[in-house]
Ligand binder design. Sequence first.
Ligand SMILES: *[C@@H]1O[C@H](CO)[C@@H](O)[C@H](O)[C@H]1NC(C)=O
Ligand SMILES: *[C@@H]1O[C@H](CO)[C@@H](O)[C@H](O)[C@H]1NC(C)=O
Ligand SMILES: *[C@@H]1O[C@H](CO)[C@@H](O)[C@H](O)[C@H]1NC(C)=O
Ligand SMILES: *[C@@H]1O[C@H](CO)[C@@H](O)[C@H](O)[C@H]1NC(C)=O
Ligand SMILES: *[C@@H]1O[C@H](CO)[C@@H](O)[C@H](O)[C@H]1NC(C)=O
Ligand SMILES: *[C@@H]1O[C@H](CO)[C@@H](O)[C@H](O)[C@H]1NC(C)=O
Ligand SMILES: *[C@@H]1O[C@H](CO)[C@@H](O)[C@H](O)[C@H]1NC(C)=O
Length: 310
Amino acid sequence: MAGLGILLRLRGLSRRTKIVLLVAIVIFLTLIIGVSVGVTKKNKNSNRIARFEDNYNITWAPDHFSMVNGGELVDIMLDKVSGAGFGSINKYLFGNISMQLKLVANDSAGTVTAYYLSSLTDTRDEFDFEFLGNTSGQPYILQTNVYVNGVGGREQRIFLWFDPTADFHTYSVLWNQHQAIFNVDNVPIRVFRNNTALGVPYAYNQGVGIFSSIWNGDQWATRGGLEKINWTYSPFTASYQGFGVDGCIYTGTADSCLTGKNWWDQDQYQTLTSDQLSKLSWVKQNFTVYNYCTDFARYKPPLPECGSDL
Ligand SMILES: *[C@@H]1O[C@H](CO)[C@@H](O)[C@H](O)[C@H]1NC(C)=O
Ligand SMILES: *[C@@H]1O[C@H](CO)[C@@H](O)[C@H](O)[C@H]1NC(C)=O
Ligand SMILES: *[C@@H]1O[C@H](CO)[C@@H](O)[C@H](O)[C@H]1NC(C)=O
Ligand SMILES: *[C@@H]1O[C@H](CO)[C@@H](O)[C@H](O)[C@H]1NC(C)=O
Ligand SMILES: *[C@@H]1O[C@H](CO)[C@@H](O)[C@H](O)[C@H]1NC(C)=O
Ligand SMILES: *[C@@H]1O[C@H](CO)[C@@H](O)[C@H](O)[C@H]1NC(C)=O
Ligand SMILES: *[C@@H]1O[C@H](CO)[C@@H](O)[C@H](O)[C@H]1NC(C)=O
């Protein structure tokens, strides 16, 4: 802007020339500012809706996939020939890892649609969502489980408070060094805390891949295996969107993800807020079908984390 002052003080230029020059400079500056704003916007635009191929690979039955809008939405299918599945290209250690799913509609009895995070190691760490289909009009069950260091056996089952086949809903795990919260549309349905102080191992040193698949689980899934798949309704289709991943990419060592500096590490994510606690208790009271923590025939006494995570 100093340049403008110099220009105005220049002798030997007519008032008219000065005005013309001034206008030219203003136009020039406007263009430059416009272009640089444009670049910023363009960068933002390039933050487009994530597509399947950005973060995921097909791992099972490519011919049972269909990509919509260049992979912004993906359908996977189960028929008599095969189920289908996919997995993330990267592994992650901590983050807010999510997917939007719309489950098999109408008669889905015997089908299982799974969405899970797993290290796939011998000492696997794993967080599971398993959607157990049902006959038409009957409710799905959402089963969750947690494995740490190869040990699972922590099943919980709930009914959902909406029809998961009518629309997309968001299923996510907010996982940091303090807790792993299973959320459904931002309503906590389960928490697995870092209870190392109680001697319970916690998942903190292995990256996990993000996986999903649809398969025939009619040996056990619906009414304990009584309802078999009715292939008249095949193919059974589950739909996915939301392929962005907000997590710390794991490159073989945990250190770079254990800095405590990511947003999900901050204070407000280290324990459940009172709002989250009341939502969690609403879910537990109204929608619980099964909880390993109250299965006293199976675990007597209950596992140590049950006191704090129930
Ligand atoms: C994912 O697919 C790409 C291209 O097909 C391949 O190069 C890569 O190895 C695959 N990654 C995984 C983890 O399977
Ligand atoms: C985690 O991700 C989901 C899906 O994008 C989002 O709805 C939710 O708000 C995120 N959680 C937090 C705490 O930001
Ligand atoms: C489910 O049933 C309804 C009503 O019969 C039908 O309109 C709809 O197309 C069916 N959906 C699927 C995915 O088969
Ligand atoms: C789990 O919590 C304990 C304290 O109880 C802490 O020392 C440890 O660092 C935590 N684990 C991780 C991975 O942060
Ligand atoms: C299916 O519906 C039946 C009858 O309402 C119910 O008992 C069962 O828990 C439902 N879910 C599954 C996965 O079996
Ligand atoms: C499968 O569904 C078809 C069409 O509704 C029905 O006619 C048939 O009885 C069902 N099969 C079984 C084994 O329930
Ligand atoms: C949930 O449970 C609470 C306490 O048992 C009860 O007051 C409330 O009416 C229930 N809500 C629903 C939607 O079932």
